[in-house]
Design a protein around this ligand. Structure first.
Ligand SMILES: Cc1cc2nc3c(=O)[nH]c(=O)nc-3n(C[C@H](O)[C@H](O)[C@H](O)COP(=O)(O)OP(=O)(O)OC[C@H]3O[C@@H](n4cnc5c(N)ncnc54)[C@H](O)[C@@H]3O)c2cc1C
Ligand code: FES
Ligand code: FES
Length: 479
């Protein structure tokens, strides 16, 4: 067991979540997707007494557009559900683009939008997107619900306006008709947290190129997501500026005094010396800024219904306890097991069920060796608690070709293309590729690259793995 002991409870009502958070006897912590919190528990950087899982609360699992055209994202809604939602892609493409930069699909299938905002890693993409989109945060707690503006929400690194006894219930984004947008970031590796990133939102006053409203927000550039330029600020200076071009404003001739201070003519006095410049993202932004964005409110998509019906008839609040009975399906067969709250899914599969094909490498969500399919989507089993799998359908590599059945096309492709050497990373790659091959349509090349980026291989150099994935997809969808 990696995490220190804790009790786990999965309430069905917001009121029960708040009651647990208000309990002064025991320190309770919310778990949403667990993609940041579970590694912290495993490293024992966090040691709550009670973990309150909010993902089973139907009230929090709502994603939809209201009559005024505003987008509501409940606290239990996963990042991938938001990014894949047609209404979000049409109306809030900046948000969908920002989510696309978060880790890998395996992380986004579990992580929630509100979890990322409440966590407030200063290098995270979503706080910057929320500031650019002027999000409103709905927070509930013992003193009643309140709404916090984006500018007031992010306080400092890993600190927001949400108090320990409060819950961020939803984030609300107003309609963004006809806005130009861009989200760009620099990372060393696809899927890493941003070294530096920028979200830009522009509103043109007319067709002449005058900018009425401009917002430029950075992440990874300080202790919190930061707005570098705001609505109306210097809008006139953008007049006549073309994508990637120079400003229309003539340059002031440099005075002899300025020339003396220029670095080429000697160092600046100490108090005027500036830190080295951040990477120049604006060069790449120019061409992107004028991308048309959301439809007008009149064109806004119809509300997306909540998921109450799916969760109707769920059992009432159970007593918190260190041990739980979980019922799930593993490789098509029912499993009922008593598990301790802190047992990771990876350890449950390997040690309790003997499914050692699920490998364990980093146990921080980075290497991908532990990837399994949960309800058809690849997820990290080292970032999931066994107790969170109640009612879920899991598939591991053992389930692909059981009892000497012929290899699946994906397994065969890895074999024929020699897509492995030591084989440590292979079950993870195979499970992610299986999910790609089971898509309704052939995934586009960037989608395939994004999915594979969630796996590390120390042996192969990836070339044969990519060949194997292409062969499997060709066999499934045709060339
Ligand atoms: C390999 C890897 C790569 C990643 N890369 C990126 C990346 O590039 N960019 C990025 O932004 N993130 C990245 N992440 C983090 C990921 O996006 C997390 O999903 C996200 O930071 C937290 O969301 P969660 O739902 O998993 O929250 P959890 O991990 O469940 O919770 C995080 C914290 O927020 C609190 N919390 C959660 N929900 C609420 C709520 N509704 N109200 C109040 N408090 C709440 C929890 O108590 C906890 O303290 C990465 C993670 C991994 C493992
Ligand atoms: S990602 Fe789970 S063990 Fe590395
Ligand atoms: S084949 Fe050895 S780690 Fe990938």
């Amino acid at each position: 067991m990696k995490p220190a002991p804790f009790d786990y409870i999965a309430p069905r009502r917001v009121a029960d979540v708040l009651a647990l958070l208000a309990d002064e006897e025991r320190e309770a912590k919310i778990v949403a997707g667990g993609q940041s919190l579970i590694p912290m528990l495993s490293m024992r950087l966090a040691r709550p007494e009670v973990l309150v899982d909010i993902t089973r609360v139907p009230e929090l699992d709502r994603l939809g557009v209201d009559a005024a055209g505003a987008l509501h994202i409940g606290a239990a809604v996963r990042q991938s559900a938001v990014a894949d939602d047609p209404a979000v892609r049409d109306g809030w493409p900046l948000l969908a683009a920002a989510i696309g930069h978060i880790g890998h699909p395996q992380i986004r299938h579990r992580g929630t939008v509100c979890g990322s905002l409440a966590h407030h890693d200063p290098a995270a993409e979503l706080p910057a997107a929320a500031l650019a989109l002027d999000a409103r945060f709905v927070v509930d707690g013992p003193r009643g619900p309140r709404t916090v503006a984006a500018e007031d929400f992010f306080v400092a690194t890993f600190q927001t306006a949400v108090e320990p006894d409060e819950l961020l219930t939803e984030v609300v984004l107003g309609p963004q008709p006809g806005r130009g947008w861009a989200f760009e970031e620099l990372t060393r590796r696809h899927g890493d947290f941003a070294t530096v990133g920028v979200a830009v939102l522009l509103e043109r006053a007319d067709t002449s190129g005058t900018v009425r409203d401009a917002r430029v927000v950075f992440c990874g550039a300080g202790p919190r997501a930061r707005t570098a330029a705001r609505r109306g600020a210097g809008a006139d200076r953008h007049r006549g500026r073309r994508a990637g071009g120079r400003r229309g404003r003539p340059r002031r001739p440099r005075s002899p005094r300025t020339r003396r201070r220029h670095p080429r003519h000697g160092p600046l006095p100490a108090r005027r010396r500036r830190p080295p410049p951040r990477p120049r993202l604006h060069h790449r932004l120019g061409a992107l800024l004028m991308t048309p964005s959301s439809p007008t409110p009149a064109e806004a998509p119809a509300p997306v219904p909540g998921t109450d019906a799916r969760r109707a008839g769920t059992p009432p609040l159970s007593e918190p306890s260190g041990w739980h009975e979980v019922r799930l399906t593993v490789n098509g067969g029912p499993v009922i097991a008593e598990v301790e709250s802190r047992l990771l899914l990876s350890d449950f599969l390997r040690d309790r069920l003997g499914l050692t094909g699920t490998h364990v490498g980093c146990e921080h969500g980075v290497c991908g060796a532990c990837t399994v399919l949960m309800d058809g989507s690849p997820v990290r089993s080292c970032l999931t608690l066994a107790v969170q799998c109640e009612g879920r359908a899991l598939r591991t590599v053992e389930g692909l070709a059981p009892d000497d059945a012929p290899l699946t096309p994906v397994q065969r492709a890895f074999h024929e293309c020699h897509g492995m050497q030591c084989g440590f990373c292979t079950p993870g790659f195979v499970m992610t590729t299986t999910a790609l091959a089971e898509s309704a349509e052939r995934p586009a090349e960037p989608e395939v690259a994004d999915a594979l980026s969630g796996h590390l291989c120390r042996c192969t150099g990836y070339r044969n793995i990519r060949r194997a994935v292409c062969q499997a997809l060709d066999e499934r969808f045709g060339k």
